[in-house]
Design a binder for this molecule. Structure first.
Ligand SMILES: Cc1cc2nc3c(=O)[nH]c(=O)nc-3n(C[C@H](O)[C@H](O)[C@H](O)COP(=O)(O)OP(=O)(O)OC[C@H]3O[C@@H](n4cnc5c(N)ncnc54)[C@H](O)[C@@H]3O)c2cc1C
Length: 379
């Protein structure tokens, strides 16, 4: 076993780190306050090859692999969580199209996702009444005169109002997962209506919207993969997505640790720096240890995916552990900052707000435990 990054992985990590330091970090607090979609930052990611990290070069990607992708998300999330979630979903959509789309779909959409000609991609699975239980979704697609007509509504869709292309799951058959198909819907298609963005606790530069489909017509060849096989596409994409969320959580937690170390050195109490108190030292030591464990879990899941080996359980473990760990690390970071942790003069309150949703989206912690336990009991 070799823990050393290869040249490509090191280069991608370094590129993402520099971009985070020079472009993202200086604007992250402002984006959080203004709720502004980080369009300029997304263009910078595209120029650095970070919107299609695991996408073949022939479709505009960097073809640098899943480990590189995980490392890049960690660096971007450490600076700006809102940018990192936009990046992660856009990468995910590009990968879905590469894995399940026709040649025509790949040529049409993937280069635009990787180059930021589309401001983002969107993954439209959840509905107002169907989140964890996504197989019970109600949005319906019916065939009419050689076209698909979609009706229904989606909820919580990251970048749903700005995306150039959306993967949309809709029911084409009977109840349950077997009746679900996936479609590619272009942004701006008549009948696709986005609600105003939700007012969120964190990741505020990333718009999360409800979508309504009102007789939204798409061509017959907008069907992604086979009819009735859409749920499998969603589940396989979410396995990869969970590597992204785990990486994001690691990045945010690391930023919280770095801020806490700096503060612990500076802040004086009882005649010495608070870093000299064992209570603070133990918090820092626990944070660092748990971040390292989460990082290794995320990279392990990434490597398994990269090698084409089964990684569902490992991705769920990485997502579960990293997100729960990161919430705790950010809570501790606020505690280490005392009263200053509770105001936005320091970034740790933003890290805590940003990280909170990592235990919720792309499958809650409860659903990750369900996936892990199911695989344990069936093996
Ligand atoms: C900021 C943000 C961005 C998002 N982006 C997207 C996106 O881009 N695309 C998309 O499709 N969705 C997106 N989501 C939706 C997200 O994936 C769902 O919120 C999540 O899957 C949970 O679904 P729910 O909110 O309906 O909660 P519910 O499914 O109603 O769950 C409520 C509670 O019950 C628990 N629960 C449910 N079922 C079980 C069970 N069987 N066993 C034990 N506990 C259970 C859950 O863990 C949770 O604690 C986003 C959500 C947020 C907050």
């Amino acid at each position: 076993m070799d823990f050393k990054l290869d040249e490509t992985q090191e280069m991608v990590r370094e590129t993402a780190y520099r971009l985070s330091r020079d472009v993202l970090e200086p604007r992250a607090a402002e984006i959080d306050r203004s709720h502004e979609f980080p369009e300029e930052q997304i263009r910078a990611l595209a120029e650095a090859g970070l919107l299609g990290v695991n996408v073949p070069e022939e479709y505009g990607g960097s073809e640098a692999g899943v480990v590189s992708y995980s490392l890049a998300v960690m660096e971007i999330a450490a600076a700006c969580a809102a940018t990192s979630v936009t990046m992660a979903v856009t990468n995910m959509v590009a990968e879905i199209i590469c894995a399940f789309g026709t040649e025509e779909m790949k040529k049409k959409h993937v280069p635009k996702l990787c180059s930021a000609e589309y401001p983002a991609g969107a993954f439209a699975l959840s509905e107002p009444q169907a989140g964890s239980d996504a197989g019970s979704l109600k949005t319906r697609a019916r065939k009419k005169d050689g076209r698909w007509v979609i009706n229904g509504s989606k909820q919580w869709i990251t970048s749903g109002n700005v995306a150039g292309v959306l993967v949309v799951w809709a029911r084409t058959g009977g109840p349950g997962a077997a009746g679900v198909s996936a479609f590619l819907v272009e942004g701006g298609t008549p009948g696709l209506i986005a609600d105003p963005p939700e007012s969120k606790m964190g990741q505020r530069g990333s718009p999360t919207v409800g979508l309504t489909f009102e007789d939204c017509e798409v061509p017959e060849d907008a069907l992604l993969g086979e009819e009735g096989k859409g749920f499998r596409i969603a589940m396989s994409a979410l396995d990869g997505g969970r590597v992204g969320v785990a990486s994001q959580a690691v990045g945010i937690a690391r930023a919280a640790l770095d801020a806490s170390i700096a503060y612990s050195r500076d802040r004086q109490a009882f005649g010495s720096s608070i870093g000299s108190f064992q209570a603070i030292q133990w918090k820092l030591a626990d944070m660092a240890t748990q971040i390292e464990a989460a990082r290794l879990l995320a990279l392990q899941a990434a490597l398994l995916k990269e090698k084409g080996r089964p990684f569902t359980t490992k991705a769920s473990m990485a997502k579960l552990f990293a997100s729960e760990m990161a919430v705790k690390a950010c809570l501790d970071a606020v505690q280490i900052h005392g009263g200053y942790g509770y105001v936005d003069d320091f970034p740790v309150e933003r890290y805590l707000r940003d990280v909170r949703t990592t235990t919720i989206y792309e499958g809650t912690s409860e659903i990750q435990r369900l996936v892990i336990a199911r695989n344990l009991l069936s093996s």
